[in-house]
Design a protein around this ligand. Sequence first.
Ligand code: MN
Length: 279
Amino acid sequence: MMRRFSTPLVLFVCLFLLAPHPGAQTPFRILVTNDDGIRAPGIVAVAQALTALGEVTVVAPSENQSAKGHALAIADPVYADKVQFPGGLTAFSLTATPATCVKLALGALLPQKPDLVVSGINRDQNLGMVAYISGTVAGAREAALQGIPAIAVSLLLGRTGELDYGPAAHYTLQIATAVKERGLEPGTFLNVNVPAGPAEAIKGIRVTTQSALAGTETFIEHARPPMGRRYFWNTYDGPHGGAEGDDVWAVYQGYVAVTPLRVGEFDRKTYEAWKGILK
Ligand code: MN
């Protein structure tokens, strides 16, 4: 014998199925990128740490793209390969810069926009004005330009050059958790620099100003140029010293420096001064 369902019961079941389920919340989605390339140890450490906070997807350059700043791939094809990543995370390797990785992830690869973009953990500092050169910072800036909260993370090189990304990954998780809870002003992002050395040596976190220092570049010319062409090698030393309260000062005092940055370089003072001069 056939059972008949009453109309109110069918309606109730349909409404229940359509209603948002308290137990099935949408995950907090995190996009992770970097500029050292998808095989760098820093991105593995941070991607795995962030799984404690949400659903992590990795979209990163196939090769090292350090110091490429906000460069974009515009005249070359971008190959996107799905790759194996530690922890079984979804990961794409792109033949592109970090800024293009974020653009392409947001515009074409990801089924949904992420709630947070984390770029790093970079091998070596991105302090002060170095933020302009950094591909790591550009990955976060690109997200901020698109209205998504973002964090760039860099770990200073110690004396030995051997890096333990564990403490930096731990602090990134702490900072990312705060961003998840509080959000960030649209158009802003955080530039994080972590001191070298073991976790015990790190004194904690300081929110800092951005140093005006950019480091020192020395171009050394090779004495016997091959085939008669002069050539130079850039040797670089990052910013040191700084002023109390800024990012350079903080990391060399042993603190994790968290510097809020804003996209846009418009200067109102110069605008006011010059709008009467040039017309
Ligand atoms: Mn790098």
